[in-house]
Design a protein around this ligand. Structure first.
Ligand code: URP
Ligand code: ZN
Length: 457
């Protein structure tokens, strides 16, 4: 058989192992994995890894937040995704109360659909729990959005949920196979530490970390786990930052709680000493980046299966936006760029430096997210019948990260100057080559909204 495209001679990586074979693509799908395949177009992958496209389940493109709007919109953000080997991302439609969540979804889709260069999904952000929410949950899941985010912080944004709201949402969504994910930080404790800090003359952006000590995350995660356990519901922890929290999740999973956790490269690779730099406020995100001991523990838990997903929480604010803090550590626009460097950083610091296996990387970036977020088996693996979302990755290519070589609008990278070995060189989205030799060849609107199913994993 003659395939439309054959990716030839690469090492195909899955969570189960690495196999040398060709991949045959017909139309948008993977049609064969085998030897000596022939095709109209041949992509030489000798000496390269052939990976399923990465899935970044945590992004905030063009998000109105902290008095500004994150600078990478759906077009630039998804172009960054393509260049970084991410073929599907999940963003958020956050309820603007008193409007419904469904209205937020419609508005977000209207913003994203014409602009996206890779496939995408949405989580539904619930900011007000009441009977109207109970009524619309089935329709939201039916619309392809089986995952929800609730915020245990951000009272000042009007986004915070009470424990009662969270418990009720866990109970309600689980009836339909939905999953609630939480931003787990204790708002009251943070407010207390901030008040005391300001009273005692605490200044500078290191105060962002000092007023959000580990307990502000561990208490919230432990509480959310208790609520999920009581409600017999599945719980997801977004952007987990501390080693102690990773141990809490591990213990809960061992006793049978249906809890799943994500961390990201910024927590795995950066530490809070950065806040002492002049540009330290560039690194402010919530929860904050932590200590080297946290990094080590998070890697250990990413390796042993406790952490199932690596995601970036991309929420890009450039240096002008970051400067809005004017010395008040409570007023820094929280967030950083990340989607473009997710795969190469995970490969370099994780696989190449021996912290995780190559197969585990594929599980954390593709298979794990696909299974938990209702994209499996359509996405997340190189297998017959799946979407031909494929990355050809050169494990030997040496790159020095700088904002100039990235597509983001941001005028810095949190990983500026870092030398990495290994970078994606070609990206295919549903059979179309959207990145060739590290050059973007795709187009806005080429990506699709993917209706996700409740997870069966
Ligand atoms: O500081 C962060 N993480 N900004 C993005 C919004 C969120 O909390 O995920
Ligand atoms: Zn969050």
């Amino acid at each position: 058989m003659q395939f439309d495209t054959v990716i030839k001679g690469g090492a195909i990586v899955s969570s189960a192992g690495t196999t040398r074979a060709d991949v045959g693509v017909v139309g948008e799908k993977i049609a064969a994995v085998g030897l000596d395949l022939t095709g109209n177009t041949i992509i030489d992958a000798a000496g390269k890894f052939v990976l399923p496209g990465a899935i970044d389940v945590h992004n905030h493109f063009q998000l109105p937040f902290c008095g500004t709007v994150s600078v990478d919109d759906f077009e630039i953000g998804s172009k960054c995704a393509a260049l970084g080997g991410v073929t599907t991302f999940i963003d958020f439609a956050i309820q603007a109360k008193p409007k419904s969540v469904m209205e937020a979804i419609e508005a977000r889709r209207a913003e994203a659909d014409p602009k996206v260069c890779v496939d995408y999904g949405l989580h539904a952000g619930i900011t007000e729990w009441n009977d109207d929410r109970i009524a619309e949950i089935p329709a939201i899941i039916e619309a392809g959005i089986p995952t929800f985010k609730m915020f245990m912080i951000y009272r000042s944004q009007g986004w915070q949920s009470t424990d009662g709201d969270l418990y009720a949402a866990l109970r309600e969504t689980s009836k339909y196979g939905g999953m609630v994910g939480v931003h787990a930080e204790n708002d009251d404790l943070i407010a207390l530490f901030q008040r005391e800090g300001v009273r005692d003359g605490l200044r500078g952006c290191y105060a962002h970390a000092l007023t959000r000590p580990d307990v502000t995350e561990t208490e919230a995660i432990a509480r959310a786990i208790h609520l999920a356990e009581a409600a017999s519901a599945r719980l997801y922890i977004f952007h987990m930052s501390t080693g102690k929290a990773a141990d809490i999740v591990k213990a809960a999973r061992l006793r049978g709680v249906d809890v799943h956790a994500e961390t990201g490269p910024h927590y795995l690779l950066l530490d809070d000493e950065l806040f002492k730099r002049e540009d330290g406020h560039h690194f402010a995100t919530c929860p904050p980046i932590r200590k080297p001991a946290d990094q080590a523990k998070l890697w250990e838990r990413a390796s042993d299966g406790t952490i199932e997903v690596l995601a970036t929480d991309t929420c890009t604010f450039d240096s002008k936006q970051k400067a809005m803090w004017k010395g008040d550590f409570r007023a820094i626009p929280f967030g950083m760029p990340g989607i473009e460097t997710l795969l190469p950083l995970t490969h370099d610091a994780g696989v190449r430096e021996g912290r995780i296996s190559r197969e585990r990387m594929v599980s954390l970036l593709s298979e794990g997210p696909a299974k938990l977020f209702g994209l499996w088996p359509r996405k997340g693996a190189i297998r017959v019948g799946a979407d031909a979302d494929i990355v050809v990755f050169d494990p030997n290519l040496q790159v020095t990260i700088s904002h100039e070589m990235l597509a983001s609008r941001c005028d810095y990278s949190p990983f500026e100057g870092r030398e990495v070995t290994g970078w994606p060189i070609h990206t295919l989205l549903r059979g179309n080559v959207i990145v060739k030799d590290r050059e973007f060849k795709g187009a806005p609107g080429q990506g699709r909204f993917i209706r996700r199913m409740p997870s069966t994993a």
